[in-house]
Each structure stands twice: as structure tokens, then as C-alpha cells.
Design a protein around this ligand. Sequence first.
Ligand code: AMP
Length: 507
Amino acid sequence: MVENLAQPRATTDHLTGLDLDMNGDTLREECGVFGILGHEDAAALTALGLHALQHRGQEAAGIVSFDGVHFNSERHLGLVGDRFTDAATLARLPGNLAMGHVRYSTTGETVLRNVQPLFAELEVGGIAIAHNGNLTNGLALRRRLIAQGAIYQSTSDTEAVLHLIARSQRTGSAERFIDALGALEGAYAMVAMTRTKLIGARDPNGIRPLVLGELGGRPIFASETCALDIIGANFVRDVENGEVIVCEMQPDGEITIDSFKPFPPRRERVCLFEYVYFARPDSVVAGRSVYGARKNMGINLAGEAPVEADVVVPVPDGGTPAALGYAQASGIPFEYGIIRNHYVGRTFIEPTQSIRALGVKLKHSANRTAIAGKRVVLVDDSIVRGTTSLKIVQMIRDAGAREVHFRVASPMIYHSDYYGIDTPDPEKLLANQYATIDEMCRYIGADSLQFLSIDGLYLAVGGEKRDAQAPQFTDHYFTGDYPTPLTDLKGRGKRDPKQVSMLREAV
Ligand code: AMP
């Protein structure tokens, strides 16, 4: 059995040796995945798909293709549009089977060896995998696999899947992949490829999204529907929670598509934050328009938290659909009171708090004409650390606003995410730093501050209130209700967030 990760031909990087701080943070990743089987322009279409998914991760991107003989790989730090559009790069990715990944690691290093797709040359042949999400037992698996002799070559939790495939007793590559999934806890939307197969898989809760599309009868997997739209592909259906779809090119050129459900059935629980912030507004996630959901959040927010004001101003871009909903429901005119500079990445991209704060100033500027002398309702999608709200309220006041009322289109965030959304440790969350909303309001300097209720959010996204017995969505950042065990957290002696939330309720 070949256990070490190998490098496909014509790579622009090489994997370095193991450099693992076992006591350090595991990687948490915000990512997008894409794959296509049977198309002569597979790599170019993958680059376009990844470009549409760029909002899911801006630090690095990678594409692997198979040309009938060799696997080929290009992995680069930076944006897809900067690194994957020239003809020479695409020429190094021949073949009609390709898949790719955009990545934003929230902790850990941004180094090429962590950039996906990860690839291994195994007994059963070459296999590449790309993962959106985060394994909550990634460290436990790493310890176990290293004890069994595995040599890790990245600090990514995803690498466990390759080592598990290498150790599986099953025969075929797809069977081994499915076998490996059985050991995982946490969130994953995964795309994998072998010489003849393109595979898509979602974790049993379906926390991260993944869709099946087609272009001229050729199957595609993508994190979001916006990646199908960019290449004129059709949406076929969502990959279901706990489902593995195997697309295979047969020797006669036919493509077969088989669905497997290896896990006990359970209710799908898509991450609510996909609707609040993460997904692109033109995407349809689990059958629901993200734009429609965000607008509904604003409508419900106007009902729950009305205020007398002259203008509704979004914190762009995240707050824009909710602000439109708020304006329509309240009858208060919508104005672009803040202009966003699109040449600066998302606020969270910069790794340190000081640069993050600087990033907010670089990114937004007040449109004085729309707000001077006015009573302003500022609408944003979420408050995490409070960095953005603090700066923006001050900026709006400096531009001459008479009153500033902050409205947030999601509930207060008390708990960290361990499933692939970047959130800081609980003590850094604004909601945990102040005992009351009034104190938070004073901190950000607004005249009033209100958040959408959890039921208001559920109604906006799914049309029903939260079912406390069997919640329709993954919502732990608001409620502390984590849908999987948090094995690594316990292993590192951290307090179980469930205990933290019980404490809060007791107080
Ligand atoms: P903060 O400034 O820490 O309170 O974060 C809230 C702001 O960051 C809002 O304007 C959101 O649109 C945006 N935001 C929320 N969640 C994330 C995330 N996971 N990554 C990047 N930006 C985010």
C-alpha cells in the first residue's frame, strides 16, 4: 500500500515534510469546491466556476485535472482571476476531468502545501479531494493515523480522508472513499476524483451546501448554484445530506451516475450562516433563494424592531438585501449612504485584529450627500466582534447623521463556529463582552441597537419558526446547539460550548 501523498505531474509547488504543531489550532476553512467530468474544457470551466465561488475563499486556489494518463495540478496563493486565467496555466491542466477549490484558512498558515485539492497516489490509483467545511475530529483522526504510521504532509484536517482511504479494506476507490467518510465528524461538502470518477459528498447533517449540475449532459458538482450560472450549466438537484454521488466515465464514453446513502437517515440541517452572510445572494441554497431569504430577514427586522427615521442605509455588501427588505416593509427610503471599495477583500481576510480594523476603513466610506442631517437606520447582516459596527457608526456620525439606529438581520452570536465559518473564540464575540444590548449599543456608539430574533430568522429563511425538538437548520452560533460532537475541542481541554450556553441560561 502506498501511504505517502504523492504529487501529480507538472505541479507548481512541492509538498514539504511534516511540520505539525499538535497543540496548535486546527485549520478552519471557508472554501468553495467545483468539479466537472467529461468536458474537453474541464480545467477552464473549473477556473470559471471557482471564480464565481471566490467569495467563499480568497487566499488560495487549486485545480487538478486528469488527461487520460497523468494527473496535473496547479495550486496558487491568490485569486482565481489573477492566477488561473492565462492560457499557459490552463494548458498545464489538460484532460476532460477536473476539479478545484478556493480556500480561506481562518487559522494556521497560508502555505501551498495546505492548498487543495489534496492528491495521493494510492494502491487503488490517484485520488484528489477538495473539502469545504471543517472536521470536528480532525485532530483526533490525525493523532490516530500518525500513530498508525501515516505521514502527514499538510496541516489541513482534510488530509485525514486520504490516509483513511489508503487504509480502507474495501476494494474500489469510491467504496474506500465512502468508507473513509464514516470516520469523519463535522461538516463537509467534498468533491473527489479518480482517473474515471467524479464524486460529490455531503455530511449527514448537510451543513455545507453542494449541488449537482450538468452542462451538455456532463455532470458538475459545485458549492453554490452561482458557479453553474457563470458557465451556463443547469442545476439538477442538491446533493442530499448524507449522500455520496459517484459519476463515472465508462469505457464506451457513457457517464453513469449512482447515488449512495451510507449513513442512517436524518433531517437536513443546512448552516443558517450560509443565508445570513456566506453564500452569494444569487445562489439558491437547499431550494431557497439566498437573496429572498436576506430580504425577508430585513422585512421581519422592520416588524420586530421599527424606528422613526429618514433613510435606511445598508452596510454593503452583506447588509444590502436586508436593508432593502427593511426599507420596503417600513416605507423609509433606501439610500446608498456607504460606498464600498470593491478592491479590498472581505473585512475578515486580514489575519490580525489591527489590520482588520484598518481594513474596515479602507473598505467603506460615507456618502455624505445621502446622510447629512438625517436620522439613519443602518442595517448589517451580522455583528461578530463588533469591529465593523463600531467604525461604521462613527463614520456615519462624522458625515453629519443626526441619529444612528443599528439593526442587525440575525440574532446575537454567542458561540464559535467549528464547521468552516470564520468566527473568533467566544470571548472575542461582542455578545459575550457585554451583559445587555444597551451596553453593546453604547460601545458601538449608536442611538439604538436591535437584532433579529431566532424565530424571525427561521421564518425569513424557511417560512417556519424554529422547531426546538428537531431544528430545521444548523444554528449553534446563535443557540449553542452543535449538531455533531466537538471531539477535538474536548481533546484540547477547551470548555464545551454547550456548558457555556447552559451557564448563560442559568445566569
Ligand atoms: P464584525 O465586524 O466582527 O462585527 O463582523 C461583522 C461584519 O463582518 C459584518 O459586516 C458581516 O457582513 C461581516 N462578516 C460576518 N461574518 C463574516 C465571516 N465569517 N467572514 C467575513 N466577514 C464576515
